[in-house]
Ligand binder design. Structure first.
Ligand SMILES: Cc1cc2nc3c(=O)[nH]c(=O)nc-3n(C[C@H](O)[C@H](O)[C@H](O)COP(=O)(O)OP(=O)(O)OC[C@H]3O[C@@H](n4cnc5c(N)ncnc54)[C@H](O)[C@@H]3O)c2cc1C
Ligand code: FES
Length: 246
């Protein structure tokens, strides 16, 4: 069940590349959140709230990793310590549980929900591989919240492996995949999963209006008919979204 709350901002620190790491005191949401779920965050002065993945939880706090791409994210990212932020959540389905030894792949700000997934797996003593890609070294976010064992790649090779997340994924041993990032990356990853004969679960960052199933603003066509990303997703089996995937 989602909660509509005014969370108190406990911290807001810059994490590089127009991205901030915000901690919010929101015990109800922290207690009930699953990796892959999101919150709708009010951007003061804007009509619509913005969907943002829950990037971590700790005690009564939730953490959001927000990249500024427009007015809404700029307003949210400018919030200061002790101010209040109106949030609704947790929303959506989240990644499936009990998937053995997955590979987590985050492209750009798509790393956010995978930070929470890696945190939960670490707490549960589960093994996983984490991959995080950006275009260049300057685009990489920094902070102790990134998974310890994360493998970094950049398109130009200025940090970590030279190549895309998809190139680096191909170097791994076949395993189930959790992924979030740009659509072309998700499609390519789904094709690798098909070749490997493993499941891939992809988190779609579709544009949203309400976030809880009422407005139909996030409807996409899938192999199983029309689905709402906010309530049927945002995590889908790749097989449901892309052709040529099993
Ligand atoms: C389930 C979900 C989880 C998300 N998690 C995060 C997160 O953890 N951190 C984060 O920084 N962002 C996340 N996003 C994306 C975030 O919601 C958008 O960046 C934000 O709504 C843009 O609002 P804006 O007013 O700043 O930009 P706008 O002015 O609305 O748009 C600025 C630019 O961004 C593009 N854009 C806007 N929304 C999206 C979107 N959903 N997907 C792709 N492009 C978009 C627009 O086309 C435009 O080019 C998530 C989205 C979804 C649906
Ligand atoms: S955003 Fe309104 S139905 Fe999904």
């Amino acid at each position: 069940m989602p909660f509509e709350i005014e969370g108190i901002v406990l911290g807001n620190r810059y994490a590089g590349n127009n991205t901030v790491w915000i901690s919010i005191f929101a015990p109800q949401i922290a207690r009930t959140s699953l990796p892959g779920q999101f919150v709708m965050v009010e951007a003061v002065g804007k009509f619509l709230r913005r969907p943002i993945s829950i990037a971590s939880v700790s005690g009564g706090r939730i953490f959001l990793l927000i990249r500024i791409v427009g007015d809404g994210t700029r307003i949210i990212a400018s919030v200061r310590r002790n101010e209040k932020l109106k949030i609704l959540g947790p929303l959506g389905n989240g990644f499936p549980e009990n998937v053995q030894n997955p590979i987590l792949v985050g492209g750009g700000i798509g790393i956010a929900p995978l930070i929470f997934a890696s945190q939960r797996m670490k707490e549960n003593g589960e093994n996983f591989v984490a991959i995080y890609g950006e275009r260049t070294a300057d685009d990489i976010i920094w902070g102790d919240f990134l998974p310890e064992n994360v493998q970094i790649c950049t398109d130009d090779g200025s940090a970590g492996f030279r190549g895309t997340t998809v190139d680096l994924l191909k170097k791994q041993n076949p395993a189930p995949i959790f992924a979030c990032g740009p659509q072309p990356m998700l499609k390519a990853i789904s094709e690798i999963a098909y070749k490997w004969n493993v499941p891939a679960y992809i988190l779609l960052e579709e544009r949203m209006a309400c976030g809880f199933g009422v407005c139909q603003g996030c409807v996409i066509k899938t192999k199983n008919g029309y689905r709402r990303v906010c309530t049927d997703g945002p995590v889908f089996a790749a097989t449901e979204i892309y052709e040529n995937t099993r």
